[in-house]
Design a protein around this ligand. Structure first.
Ligand SMILES: Nc1ncnc2c1ncn2[C@@H]1O[C@H](COP(=O)(O)OP(=O)(O)OP(=O)(O)O)[C@@H](O)[C@H]1O
Length: 567
């Protein structure tokens, strides 16, 4: 900007006011001088346009500049007023992106009018599963194939408010909602944006904000009573600062009755956890100087329900579950200092599931190596020492109020220090499937729904279903093998009709028969479940095939192979 020229021009106008008397009235006369100061070469351009087109652009440019000045001035005044309003007449609350509340608030605003009115949105793919969607049936072809891709493509995303300022009404209060980008971090794998929320309301009282947050929390809990939130340590490349938990998934809570265990053992465990979580318990522990912690050891062979019971407990008591696997190596291995921080960052009440505590340098190495017939343990894998784990469990960093569940397949290899009372208050032994478990698993897996009335025999009489398998030929408690084995095509497998529903008595008979044919404590519940899942619509057929499966399984196992020819 040429200030000297502007100064000269203004001085001229003050020395000879007559010369500009008309200029003060006529903007177009004055403007070339002023505009020349703002836009060098303006008079030349305007003269050129005037000569060529006969049009004076002065009025247009001047009007434009005036508008600009008015808008800038208005903005300045609005910002000043808003700032003083903000400082003096507004209350606000900030929610960090790492807090659980951040998730809940975003979910709440996504479901309310705000995201229907706002023009700046972030689309987030929804993580729902087909079983929660009745329309999913439409994507099953005539062949019985469910095309997940087509179903997922039709699922609308969830819309969240984008970075910036939005507003909404709640209980007749106006709230200003700001999503603010904290920072962007570049890792070798991705750029991570970290956000926070600031919610403001008019007035000097924070009560409307507190009431609204309370409302959101209750809303989130009600919405999630059927879901269990599973968290794991934040992936290594995203850990900054380390020791944070990330939600990996939310899955429907597992009903406790679906975990088949000795009923007395299960009842004892539930009563113990309930007593521990009782609101009066923290005071009881505090007045006796006992640290408010409770630890459980679930031990037994793989696939016997240790993790399942932990998830079912989380669902039963409405707690989030924080899972750490000590068996991980390489990039995802947890270090001792990280474990301490993870324990430090636990919420007030939760379940911590420490999986495979016999691994990762905690076992008495020589003993475990001999048992497993392996070379001495690789020191690189041993991220956490016994003392490191003990420090995390009951050191200063350990959080009071958590339920700690440790699982192992090799309890005999654990150091006594780790399982002494105070660290492990109750041990639950999981065994390979007992007769009772085989019976229960059969009963629960059966999807050919139990009929309230007698099963529809007419179908069987008509031979409407797969002959041989569905003929309910269990009348004398024995199953006749199918007479003509046939090789079904792929689509025949898909479209196989479910067997006719079983009566309660029939199901009971089949379950007993199944339990009789499965030797006690030979197969894990996971193995029985895997056999039955394939035949979930055909329980009678399952019974016909169980002998063959059992023999194959035992033979393959004795041969030391892990591959079954047929399932
Ligand atoms: N006692 C049981 N009752 C019902 N289902 C079971 C039981 N045990 C295992 N299952 C089924 O087997 C599968 C594996 O179970 P789970 O992961 O709980 O076993 P685990 O003992 O934790 O195994 P690992 O020691 O390998 O971690 C699950 O799908 C679960 O439903």
């Amino acid at each position: 900007m040429d200030f000297r020229r502007l100064d000269r021009m203004l001085r001229q106008s003050s020395v000879n006011p007559d010369a500009n008397s008309t200029a003060s009235l006529n903007l177009t006369d004055l403007s070339p001088n002023i505009l020349e100061a703002f836009i060098p070469g303006y008079s030349l351009i305007s003269r050129f346009i005037l000569q060529i087109f006969g049009f004076d652009i002065g009025i247009v440019v001047t009007t434009g500049l005036l508008c600009f000045a008015v808008i800038s001035g208005g903005k300045y005044f609005w910002n000043t007023i808003y700032k003083s309003l903000n400082d003096v007449w507004m209350s606000h609350v900030t929610i960090d992106g790492k807090d659980d509340l951040f998730r809940h608030v975003l979910a709440w605003v996504s479901e309310h009018r705000m995201t229907k009115e706002s023009r700046r949105l972030i689309a987030v793919s929804q993580n729902t599963s087909p079983q929660e969607d009745e329309a999913a049936e439409e994507y099953i072809s005539e062949d019985g194939l469910f095309h997940f891709g087509k179903w997922a493509a039709k699922k609308p995303p969830r819309y969240e408010p984008a970075v910036g300022t939005h507003w909404f009404w709640h209980n007749r209060n106006l709230f200003i909602f700001q999503r603010i980008q904290k920072e962007t971090r570049n890792t070798p794998y991705q750029n991570i944006e970290e956000h926070r929320l600031t919610i403001k309301c008019i007035g000097r009282s924070t009560n409307p904000l507190k009431d609204w947050i309370e409302h959101v929390k209750i809303w989130a809990v009600e919405k999630q009573t059927t879901l269990t939130t599973i968290k794991r340590p934040t992936a290594k490349d995203q850990r900054r600062p380390p020791g944070h938990w990330s939600v990996v998934t939310q899955r429907p809570s597992r009903p406790l009755e679906t975990v088949v265990l000795d009923p007395e053992q299960k009842a004892r465990l539930v009563a113990d956890v309930n007593e521990y979580l009782h609101p009066a318990s923290p005071k009881w522990y505090a007045t006796r100087g006992i640290p408010y912690r409770r630890g459980y050891l679930f031990h037994g062979p793989p696939g016997t329900g240790k993790s399942s019971l932990s998830f079912a407990l989380a669902g039963l008591f409405g707690l989030d579950i924080h899972v750490v696997s000590l068996n991980e190596s390489g990039l995802s291995a947890i270090t001792e200092s990280e474990l301490m921080l993870l324990f430090n960052n636990l919420p007030r009440r939760c379940i911590v599931l420490l999986e495979d505590i016999d691994t990762a340098g905690l076992s008495r190495d020589h003993l475990s190596d001999q048992r497993r017939n392996e070379k001495p343990s690789d020191p690189a894998r041993q991220g956490i020492s016994l003392s490191g784990l003990l420090n995390a469990i009951d050191g200063v960093a350990s959080h009071e109020g958590r339920v700690l569940v440790m699982t192992t397949n090799h309890p005999e290899e654990l150091d006594n220090a780790l399982i002494r009372p105070g660290r492990v208050d109750m041990q639950i032994k999981f065994t390979l499937a007992t007769r009772h478990q085989a019976h229960e698993i059969f009963t629960r897996i059966d999807e050919a729904k139990v009929a309230n009335e007698e099963p529809d025999r007419s179908l069987e009489e008509k031979g409407g279903h797969d002959a041989g398998a569905a003929d309910g030929n269990l009348s004398n408690g024995h199953v006749t093998p199918p007479t003509t084995p046939k090789v079904p095509s792929v689509f025949e497998y898909l479209t196989t009709e479910p067997e006719p529903p079983l009566s309660k008595e029939e199901l009971e008979d089949l379950a007993n028969e199944f339990a009789d044919r499965v030797p006690e404590e030979t197969f894990s519940p996971a193995e029985l479940q895997s056999f039955l899942i394939i035949r979930k619509k055909r329980p009678r057929q399952a019974l016909q095939e169980v002998d063959q499966w059992r023999e194959d399984f035992i033979r393959v196992r004795n041969e030391g192979s892990k591959v079954l020819e047929a399932q």
